[in-house]
Design a protein around this ligand. Sequence first.
Ligand SMILES: [Zn+2]
Length: 344
Amino acid sequence: MLVQIFSKNRITLQFPGANLHLDPKLFNSKEDQFFISHAHYDHLPTKGKKPPFVPKVVCSKATAKLFNKRIRYEITPLEAFETEQFSLKTIPSGHTFDSTAAEINLKENGLKVLYTGDINIEDRAYLQGFRPKKCDVLLLEATWGHKEYSFPPFMEQVEQATNYIQTQLDHNHPVILLGYAIGKAQLLNYCFGQLIDLRFSSKIVWEMEQIHKELGLSLHPTKKLPTVIDDLPKTSPWLLFQAPSPYNSNFIQKLKKKTNCRVVGFSGWAKDLESFKHRSGADAAFMISDHSDYNKLLELAKACSPEKIFTIFGNAKKLAKDLQKEGLNALPLSSGQATLENYF
Ligand SMILES: [Zn+2]
């Protein structure tokens, strides 16, 4: 059996007669199978292109629910599936609430293919980190696949951020915590929500909070941010969970002027602190990423001990080179298609 892998429709494994698409851009065939790792836009199909059929997709219940909210049509989530050629099951990827990686077992030759999606191997708050697993082929995300990107331990950053936020609140400054609406915003709520009872969320973050609560995640309740800034409390400080976006940088500047608030960013990009603060309008920033850093990616690759690694997304070329230096058989998938059996 010839199984080919392409960076086409994001990642496609081509089997004789059917394809398996991993985090597809399009649901392009009724005959094909689909897997979605989590609900960040760069892993979802293009918005607004509803397929003429309702696809069944292997993904977690959380991913299906968030998909329905973001892409505006419904998919039916499957826990796993099996064809004559392969079986696929999910494993926690530690990136966002209930995000998953995919373990694909090829029946004819017994090869195990592991697709990470976006991944984090560190245990963080309610997130169990991805547990590396022996496999033959590893499709490894490379967001922070450059050696510049090594981050301190999660808990160390949480402690430092807690001190900063608490100090600002004690001095009567409201604090805005910037984090993506899915993943980071819930983590920030969970880690820092207890610092004060007066909490707000921007509209999208508030909506995501309600969905995550329905999914069983315990979060500190927040109020929707008032549409008029002057309606925010003036005599006591508060926290605001806000998604970062170039569209709201003016809004954040306005908030800063009117409320004397402090803005705190949370991202791996905070490694380049001054540049990150400049771009995001933050007064302080902490290296809390939902992705594993460079050193953890190397650790993960070695622990999975694969015969072949294809690096995908982000710094795929750079990471593949460095993995080669470590004696691992790695290539960026962007360099074209490959036939899985060629490596064995
Ligand atoms: Zn992601």
